[in-house]
Design a protein around this ligand. Structure first.
Ligand SMILES: Nc1ncnc2c1ncn2[C@@H]1O[C@H](COP(=O)(O)OP(=O)(O)OP(=O)(O)O)[C@@H](O)[C@H]1O
Length: 336
């Protein structure tokens, strides 16, 4: 649905071109929830603003459903942008308008004049985001989470195919973040809406995204399904994001077990194998003793996943490991 080809962006500062994004190639499928994560200054906002051409690229192309947005006239671009909704960290609501008026606004801008049609659509949208009882309130009378729900209703007013979320939960507490993310997931499933979000929080990615791009210094340094990136982070930036979010000190993974006898391995479980008792059954069969040195079990979106670091002692450890691999469990030997 979205194709970014050799996309770059530089900003002119004090007469010099400073690159913010370098040669980005990325394709995002219809119906996906795609996350972009990076530290401050990595280029996330620039990237998301290039998708709807709020920023014009310095080079490369942005294609939406096969249409090259960079070549459109300003009129055609305005029309295309109606297929794209956007929500923001600080909500950007019109403070002097009620909730209903905020949501009606994009309909009026798009040329809808029929008051009954507008009222009906606004009521539908407020119902969808759980704010049916707040139509006549002003933004100042709402909590942060409710304000973002208004932002979401407004972004969906013109039935967009794509929703861009610019740090949409960064100003919210963890519980409110979870409920707004849940709403985004529901909307994605109910309306088959494609969602692209940028964030600096791995938790946001883990809760709702299908794929993630990690961006650093204006470049995509890692890209893939969230489960893969979480379980096997490769780039140092990704590793830092993952280990920080898991409250795991990466060094404990390999170095701190000098006193532990035997072989040290890390097992990664994904999907159903997470809940099965392969490890204990095979350890019994091959008379292997194991100690658990580190571990985590969690859900990545809807997929259960687990990772265990073990010390293994016994004469048939290799047989045990090869049987675990046969069961689809990823085995990494950290120490022979
Ligand atoms: N309008 C601008 N003029 C000049 N430089 C800019 C402009 N906007 C962004 N930059 C620079 O481009 C780089 C990328 O910025 P961008 O805002 O895209 O990063 P970000 O990952 O979204 O960061 P944050 O999370 O802090 O918003 C930074 O070095 C920033 O200083």
């Amino acid at each position: 649905m979205i194709l970014l080809e050799n996309l770059s962006k530089s900003y002119r500062v004090d007469g010099r071109d400073i690159p913010a994004l370098k040669r980005i190639d990325l394709s995002i499928a219809a119906g996906e929830i795609f996350g972009v994560i990076g530290h401050s200054g990595a280029g996330k906002s620039t990237l998301i603003r290039l998708i709807n051409l709020l920023e014009r690229p310095s080079g490369g192309r942005v294609l939406l459903d096969g249409v090259n947005l960079t070549e459109l006239s300003s009129d055609a671009l305005r029309k295309s942008r109606q297929k794209i909704g956007m929500i923001f960290q600080h909500f950007n609501l019109l403070m002097s308008k009620t909730v209903a008026q905020n949501v009606a606004f994009p309909l009026q801008v798009a040329g809808e004049l029929d008051k009954t049609a507008i009222n009906q659509r606004v009521a539908e949208l407020l119902e969808l985001v759980g704010l049916a009882d707040h139509a006549n309130k002003y933004p100042a009378q709402l909590s942060g989470g409710q304000k973002q729900r208004v932002g979401i209703a407004r972004a969906l007013a013109n039935n967009p195919k794509l929703l861009l979320c610019d740090e949409a939960t960064s100003a919210l507490d963890p519980q409110t973040t979870a409920s707004v993310l849940q709403l985004l997931l529901e909307i994605n499933q109910k309306l088959k809406l494609t969602i692209v979000l940028i964030t600096h929080e791995m938790n946001v990615i883990r809760s709702i995204c299908d794929r993630v791009a990690v961006i650093d210094g204006g470049e995509i340094v890692e890209l893939g399904p969230v489960t893969n990136v979480f379980l096997h982070p490769k780039h140092p930036t990704t590793r830092r994001f993952v280990y920080e979010s898991e409250h795991v000190d990466e060094t404990t993974e390999a170095d701190d077990f000098a006193h532990v006898p035997g072989k040290i391995v890390r097992l990664t479980f994904k999907g159903e194998s997470t809940y099965q008792s392969h490890l204990s059954a095979l350890a019994r069969q091959y008379a292997v003793d194991f100690s658990i040195l580190a571990g985590r079990i969690e859900r990545i979106k809807t997929t259960p996943c687990g990772q265990l670091t073990l010390g293994l002692v016994g004469s048939q450890v290799d047989e045990l490991l090869s049987r675990l691999a046969d069961e689809g469990i990823v085995v990494e030997e950290l120490r022979q």
